[in-house]
Design a protein around this ligand. Structure first.
Ligand code: GUN
Length: 231
């Protein structure tokens, strides 16, 4: 959230932060969203997830005006992404697509493996790779023989939320490895889902944590805010 606010300041985008207490009620949060939906000088609304467990995340997301949904989490926007005709790109997946494009990597026909099936990253990531003609496999915690699947990936995107889970021996030599993980270790250090040390010599391209995907997520969010102001 700190980095998102800083990006707004750098670009001259107004941002207002509402830090609600952990015991905030569903009604209080819904009423704040309704107020922001009505405010004409607010173009984008972002509810930082996850929410405390007593709050119903789905109804909160559903309450955001889809035209102000700069995270692209509302079912209306999710549906548009599925069809391939969207106003808002999902922030992390779109940031990853930009990294891949900037490295001049063609996705057409490539084996693309996404580790993790979250609504925020895994599922929309699979969809964007599919739109660019990748052959997409989405794996998850119940997947059997993960090693055999990751080992075939030309493009491997890891968003499972387990520190250093993907090791060098699970990666195809020369593969593009994108690490979405942000795991806080006991010593307070940030670790990705990929074991960078063992992976870096096998991969053709690899993103670090921190500093790889995170800044791209924020850049896409900023694009979405500008887009929202034009809708
Ligand atoms: N929690 C983890 N990633 C995200 C994100 O991109 N947006 C929001 N709103 N919450 C998150």
């Amino acid at each position: 959230m700190r980095n998102k606010k800083r990006a707004c300041e750098e670009l001259g985008i107004l941002s207002e932060e509402y830090s609600l207490s952990a015991s905030t009620t569903q009604e209080e949060l819904m009423s704040l969203i309704e107020t922001l939906n009505q405010k004409e000088d607010i173009h984008g609304i972002l509810v930082q997830l996850p929410l405390p467990s007593h709050l119903d995340e789905e109804s909160v997301i559903n309450a955001i005006n889809p035209k102000k949904d700069v995270d692209a989490f509302h079912p209306f926007n999710v549906g548009k992404i599925m069809i391939g005709n969207y106003d808002f790109l999902p922030c992390t997946p779109a940031g990853i697509m930009e990294l891949i494009a900037e490295a001049n990597i063609d996705i057409t026909g490539k084996e693309c493996v996404v580790v993790g099936r979250s609504n925020i990253v895994g599922k929309p990531m699979g969809m964007l790779l599919l739109h660019q003609n990748g052959t997409v496999t989405i794996t998850h915690s119940k997947t059997r023989n993960l090693y055999e699947i990751t080992k075939k990936a030309d493009i491997l995107v890891v968003a499972i939320g387990r520190a250093n889970m993907i090791t060098g021996d699970m990666i195809k030599p020369g593969a593009v490895v994108i690490d979405v993980g942000m795991n806080r270790l006991a010593d307070k250090k940030l670790a990705g889902d990929v074991d960078f040390e063992s992976a870096k010599d096998v991969a053709g391209y690899i993103t670090p944590v921190p500093g790889g995907v995170g800044p791209m997520t924020i850049a896409t969010l900023m694009k979405n805010v500008v887009k929202a102001a034009t809708l």
